[in-house]
Design a protein around this ligand. Structure first.
Ligand code: PNS
Length: 167
């Protein structure tokens, strides 16, 4: 059984993430969506458990049933490679939107392989129509009352709208 981990902050999940995970689930037997508990970038807008819940909802809402059945969602703390070992995963999936993503992704892939040579990195080019998307931009737009309905699933858009004043 080929198991892949798709790690990230996912604060919040966007259509770009859903594109990557659904394409990965067409390749691997199981993809574990791994939500980092404490992203270093900034304090998360959505607490970990809410991110996990929202991602599960988004997958069930947006992915075909056979694809959704091959995706699990979990939170994790610590190293991605340790989480991979716990889950028996030998692949880490990441999305590449543009050349600007490449440098940091290459650095992470090489570092992870140094730490765990049995875990390899697999990259999916984010679909062109989603390649401009980022969770940070989505949060900023929502904070100013902008329309993010083409960027995130409905359950995420409504949650963001509900808390945009607090951002
Ligand atoms: O969505 P993000 O913030 O780009 O995801 C980054 C993430 C979670 C993949 C990366 O920060 C990570 O793997 N963090 C866990 C700690 C770890 O393993 N650090 C070493 C990575 S080389």
């Amino acid at each position: 059984m080929k198991i892949a981990v798709y790690p990230g902050s996912f604060d919040p999940i966007t259509y770009g993430h859903l594109d990557v995970v659904s394409r990965a689930a067409a390749v691997f037997d199981l993809v574990v969506f791994a939500v980092l508990v404490n992203p270093q970038k900034s304090a998360p807008v959505f607490p970990t458990e809410e991110r996990v819940k929202v991602i599960r909802e988004a997958i069930d809402e947006c992915c075909p049933t056979d694809i959704a059945a091959r995706i699990e969602v979990e939170s994790f703390d610590g190293l991605t490679v340790d989480f991979c070992r716990r889950r028996g995963a030998t692949f880490v999936v990441r999305g590449l939107r543009a050349i600007s993503d490449f440098e940091s992704e290459m650095q992470m892939a090489h570092t992870n392989r140094k730490l765990a040579p049995e875990v390899d990195a697999v990259f999916f080019m984010t679909a062109l129509e989603h390649s401009y998307l980022s969770s940070s931009l989505v949060k900023e737009i929502a904070a100013f009352g902008g329309d993010v309905s083409q960027m995130v699933p409905p359950s995420v858009a409504s949650r963001l709208a509900g808390r945009s004043r607090g951002l």
